[in-house]
Ligand binder design. Structure first.
Ligand code: 87F
Length: 559
């Protein structure tokens, strides 16, 4: 295990270190005794600890000590199965894993520390990459006046119902209502116009990390469709279209990294159709993921070239090197907390969340497994030493020494929270100078010699990261259908597939496909035209119009 792999899995800061809890209670209940080897199956561990507690308490003679009794496994598992009731399963997972708490305003959710740790990991990566590109952070206000917002009225029109307004302060109505930003073009661009004068002021490349509000009316879903969400929005201005074009793709590549390298989710990079692009821009590129269980595509992040549309609207002009007046070329791009929802949907299973090691707040959890007559002090010492060794190697490790929960309960708890690797330490492990490691993704168990802890745990985490990606890619690829005719298209759509089809690239035809596939589950639309285009044999016809096909495009239902 090279340092490279370790540093890949390392997260900046040690947010999740906790001091060890006092062991005295358990120690006094179980008492030091000669090590008994693992003669009892691990699953019985919790029964044993429960018995020990009772015995210890009985001998202590104090009635109120009984309260320390080990909790039974109640209410820990999921009641819904991923393959049977996906929507309910998802809601249950995000809550039971302690990522989300529901809030009393529909479409608004509390993002708990388990979620924020993931968001912060993505932020640290992306922010560092932006700095390499000389893109600087700024912060613009949350509010925007009606006047400025409407400056953009051509494209805002379609979005207008989603804009939330502040109309009152205390008991008095505001003279003019103030909008809450749904995105910040109108907030920022008047100042771009002010700050950009000559070619020396270009490029102007800003990013902001913030929240935005879109008052959605369709069914809210944590992370995926919420009325307030966190994102970064990048807004840049260049002297030339070439520079803008290049940045669009550089940013898209970072979005690909976030999905594929951090969240272990395969995505397709491509261009949006005219109908699906950001109406205010010139062209839109995106990374598209797919959720096999629902058969829906999901736009993972977008990187737009705005062309000169906004420059004209907001009069963002400059004097070029020849002393002539020119308009800037602009881009805007964003990814949001939706990324985390996609991760839950793609990797989660019937035991709960499954976290890719690179984003997990806790990559390894160490659980002591007390057995009858075991030397508890030795077990706890081994747990502490394991934590120490792995933390020194740069991994994010926690230990669960709570004395009022059984090992079995802890296993379920950390499985629900998706911790990639569990290390169990019992008497037999101590006798053999090893630990038992259990993978969250596939349940594989292995014994790791103490002397090779850092090295082997690092390797296992890398292997989990890789295998999550490969499994997700296999499942995604199994859902892709390449079709040529309308009949094949309908069959594939009914089978909830992501469909790669030869298309004439005409807006009217896409509208027609939408119309013809309208139904309870929603209409089919284009997801993207992949940059990676298969060969299009001469004479290939559009699956929907029968006209000559120009491109291969992904179609499907989507979020
Ligand atoms: C909702 C209400 C008002 C999306 C909205 O993608 C306006 C809008 O402009 C709106 N929903 N959009 C498009 C956002 C475009 C663009 N903004 C900067 C991005 C990336 C970040």
């Amino acid at each position: 295990m090279g340092m490279r792999l370790l540093s890949l899995l390392r997260r900046r800061g040690d947010l999740y270190r906790r001091p060890f809890s006092p062991l005295s209670v358990l120690r006094s209940l179980v008492g030091p005794s000669p090590t008994s080897l693992r003669e009892v199956p691990r699953d019985l561990g919790e029964l044993l600890i429960s018995r020990h507690c009772n015995r210890g308490m009985a001998s202590s003679g104090a009635k109120n000590v009984r309260k320390k009794e080990v909790k039974k496994e109640t209410g820990l598992g999921l009641t819904n199965k991923k393959d049977e009731n996906f929507g309910e399963w998802y809601s249950e997972v995000v809550v039971n894993s302690e990522m989300i708490e529901y809030y009393d305003i529909s479409g608004c959710y509390i993002l708990r520390p388990w979620t924020m740790a993931i968001w912060e990991t993505l932020q640290v990566f992306f922010d560092a990459e932006l700095k390499k590109m000389n893109i600087r952070n700024a912060y613009f206000p949350l509010f925007v006046t009606q006047n400025v917002l409407q400056k953009e009225k051509d494209h805002i029109e379609g979005f207008a119902p989603e804009v939330a307004w502040v109309t009152r302060s205390g008991q008095s109505d505001l003279e003019v209502p103030i909008a809450i930003r749904p995105t910040s073009e109108t907030v920022m661009y008047p100042y771009f116009a002010k700050w950009i004068r000559g070619h020396r002021d270009l490029p102007l490349k800003l990013n902001q990390w913030c929240n935005v509000v879109r008052w959605e009316f369709s069914h809210p879903t944590p992370f995926i469709r919420s009325r307030e969400f966190l994102w970064q929005e990048g807004h840049t201005a260049f002297a030339t279209k070439e520079e803008a074009d290049q940045e669009v793709l550089e940013i898209l590549e970072l979005y690909r990294s976030i999905y594929e390298e951090f969240l272990a989710i395969p995505v397709i990079r491509g261009r949006k159709s005219e109908l699906e692009k950001f109406a205010g821009g010139l062209y839109t590129t995106s990374v598209e993921a797919f959720i096999p269980n629902t058969g829906r595509g999901i736009q993972g992040a977008t990187s737009h070239c705005l062309g000169q549309n906004f420059a004209k609207m907001f009069e963002i002009g400059f004097e070029n090197e020849k002393g002539e007046k020119a308009m800037v070329w602009q881009n805007s791009w964003a990814y949001s907390t939706r990324t985390i929802g996609v991760m839950v949907m793609v990797h989660g299973d019937d035991k709960g969340l499954v976290l890719p090691p690179r984003v997990a707040a806790v990559q390894v959890v160490v659980v002591p497994v007390p057995y009858k007559d075991a030397d508890m002090q030795a077990i706890f010492d081994a747990c502490s030493a394991t934590v120490q060794t792995l933390r020194t190697a740069g991994l994010r490790v926690d230990t669960d020494l709570r004395e009022n929960y059984s090992p079995g309960w802890k296993y379920s708890h950390w499985e629900m929270k998706g911790v990639p690797l569990r290390i169990e330490i019992g008497p037999k492990d101590i006798a053999n100078n090893q630990v038992r490691a259990v993978r969250r993704d596939n349940g594989t168990k292995m014994d790791i010699p103490v002397g090779k802890l850092a090295e082997q745990v690092g390797e296992v985490l890398s292997s989990i990261q890789e295998s999550l990606y490969n499994t997700a890619k296999q499942k995604r690829d199994d859902c892709i259908r390449v079709i040529n005719t309308w009949d094949e298209f309908i069959v594939a759509l009914n089978e909830k597939k992501m469909i790669l089809a030869p298309w004439c690239n005409e807006e009217e035809v896409e509208k027609d496909v939408k119309q013809r596939t309208k139904g309870e589950l929603g209409a089919a639309k284009t997801l993207c035209t992949p940059f990676d285009q298969p060969r299009l044999p001469e004479g290939t016809l559009c699956f929907a119009s029968g006209k000559p096909a120009k491109i291969w495009t992904y179609w499907g239902r989507s979020y």
